[in-house]
Design a protein around this ligand. Structure first.
Ligand code: 5GP
Ligand code: MG
Length: 189
């Protein structure tokens, strides 16, 4: 254990908190008289969604959607569907992070195909430079770089979703060798 740090904190808990208040205000203004249906994409977006909906003054509903990704091409399927009908609803897709944009593109089309009255997207983070398809993100938390991020819902092999702030992986090979390497860094004092 010599090459610290394996990851470095890039967005603090305080900055996450203040930004979500601003996003909530923007959504409140835009949706005051058309109660949105938040479509929360499992699992990474759950922490963001919990913070976001508490900062939205408009009446709203919350539902969850689980996705599967198949193979390198990343074909997207539904692992767990919404309980609520989307027809005629004003849908706000809640995503953890926009990367290539392919997931958001598929989700938007899915909501439109189901007859949503309107569709917009709230993403906690946005890797704008990695976009391969043009897709709007109406409510964007933070624009971030190319680094792999963990914390605040974002995982590495299922771990680190519970971290209160955002960390950028500096030594990806160390994470491949040992997924718990950041835990060890954090607890080494
Ligand atoms: P996209 O279809 O935009 O390429 O994929 C977005 C998905 O990739 C996100 O919902 C998230 O699950 C995953 N992802 C993209 N970048 C990161 C990252 O930096 N950290 C983590 N943990 N997941 C990411
Ligand atoms: Mg993931």
């Amino acid at each position: 254990m010599t090459d610290y740090p394996f990851a470095t904190e890039v967005i603090t808990e305080v900055d996450l908190k203040s930004r979500v208040v601003e996003l909530g205000q923007a959504i409140s203004n835009d949706y005051l008289d058309r109660s949105p249906l938040f479509v929360v994409v499992l699992t990474g977006s759950v922490l963001f969604a919990a913070d976001l909906v508490r900062n939205v003054a408009a009446d709203s509903e919350v539902d969850f959607l689980g996705l599967n990704r198949y193979g390198e091409g990343g074909r997207i399927g539904i692992a767990m569907d919404l309980a609520a009908p989307v027809f005629d609803r004003n849908v706000i897709i809640v995503e953890d992070i926009g990367d290539t944009g392919l997931t958001l593109k598929v989700l938007r089309r899915m909501m439109t195909d189901r007859g949503a009255a309107s569709v917009s997207t709230a993403a906690r983070f946005d890797k704008t430079r990695r976009r391969v398809t043009d897709v709007p993100i109406e409510y964007r938390g933070f624009e971030v770089g190319d680094e792999f991020l963990v914390g605040y819902g974002l995982d590495w092999q299922g771990v680190y979703r519970n971290l209160r702030s955002i960390w950028a992986v500096m030594d990806i090979e160390a994470f491949v060798r040992d997924p718990k390497v950041l835990s060890k860094q954090l607890h080494s004092g």
